[in-house]
Write a protein that binds this ligand. Sequence first.
Ligand code: ATP
Length: 313
Amino acid sequence: MIEVKGISKSYGPIEALRDVSFGIAAGEIVGLLGPNGAGKTTTIKILTGNLQPDDGFVEVNGLDVLEHTREVQAQIGYLPETAPLYPELTVQGYLRMMSELRDIPEQDRVARISEAVYATGLAEHLTRPIGELSKGFRQRVGLAQAIIHKPRLLILDEPTIGLDPTQIVEVRHLIRRLARESTVLLSTHILSEVEALCDRVIVLINGRIRADAELSELASTADAILVLGRETSGVEEALLDLDGVEGVDFVQPVADSREPSPFPAYRVLGSGLDADLCPRIYDRARREGWPVRELRQDVRTLESVFNELATGS
Ligand code: ATP
């Protein structure tokens, strides 16, 4: 659906994007995640034909965005970081104006507006001026204009920024519903947003892609944690001897206690992402008669992965 190839963009001396490439298939919900200033908005502006890259190109459904800007924009629903809403217009008036700007044939306009209003839960607010609505409802109006022309691709820039926790839940719920009909790319600097909504995440840091993976894949690890009941000799050597083990770290488990636990623990580092080392470790422990207290696969949180990427560790 989207093919981004080697885009770079500088604003004077600031290199906002450097050789960014990724693809998004139809039906995916993809999160573009990155800290402030990472280049998310710049990427989205280029994708939607609102900014020209210095290098590289973007295709949407096989059409080059710069050569076929209007045709591409007709296929995209775009919610900018700050949607250009007109506070003095009523919800209905604004959506009517947007349906005209989107070249929706006159005979279809009422039906399209009704569908967008229904999808975004705005029916009771149709006659209210936009300026009188709460932030959450203004965001819904932004989403309604983004879907009014039934786009196949929805691009949302920080869709929940500035909303309160209840509004965030509502808007996320709404995005999930809209995603049944469209491919979605959303930018955010909030990890939980990606976890709540996306199948896949592209991590952008300092204008470069640092990761592009399914969420489950990114957080998965082949490492295992082994905790013994007392100090036992020869454990490290025996673990290193196992197939698929790349290294062994001795760790002090702190668990929930403030004091380091007295039990010796080992993080066994696996060499492949999908290998489960626990059965092999369990067999060895049984043969050697180790006093095993705990044996489990190590699980990384998305937060720790993100921090590792952000700090380059
Ligand atoms: P945020 O989460 O804070 O919105 P972002 O990931 O969307 O950040 P961008 O807005 O794309 O990041 O900005 C990337 C870099 O380019 C930043 O260093 C920013 O200061 C710079 N930048 C963006 N727009 C301009 C501009 N019009 N002129 C000069 N520099 C700009």
